[in-house]
Design a protein around this ligand. Structure first.
Ligand SMILES: [Zn+2]
Length: 122
């Protein structure tokens, strides 16, 4: 059986290496859980006349954890500032910044993850 360290999967109150919360931040209850989280990037995009207003992109990592089971770590891309959740007219430089942030997020998570990788030692 493959065994990962508690630190790598975030079980038992330990945090994965990418979590930005204070150590011991998890508050696990009998039928509930808590999240490990990290902000990878907050990218402010200036207005482009005739195309879009000011916008922002927030790229975060999160992992829901219960007392027995870590959820799969996920990447969230929040496109704030637009009613429909999208941003029109990304420039090449802006798209590159977002792509770089996505690559950083993937690298922080260390590649593929599956529930079978979890080691549920307390
Ligand atoms: Zn954490």
């Amino acid at each position: 059986m493959q065994s990962l360290t508690v630190d790598a999967v975030g079980v038992g109150g330990g945090c994965p290496r990418w979590c930005q919360q204070l150590p011991g931040h998890l508050h696990l209850r009998d039928n509930g859980g808590d999240f490990h989280t990290a902000l990878v990037a907050a990218i402010d995009l200036p207005a482009i006349e005739g195309l879009r207003g000011e916008a922002a992109v927030h790229l975060t990592l999160s992992q829901y954890v219960t007392g027995m089971t870590p959820g799969e770590p996920v990447i969230a891309l929040d496109l704030s500032g637009e009613e429909d959740g999208g941003i029109d007219g990304l420039t090449i430089a802006e798209a590159r910044r977002i792509a770089d942030a996505l690559y950083r997020a993937i690298a922080l998570l260390g590649g593929a993850w599956s529930p079978e990788d979890a080691d549920v030692r307390a």
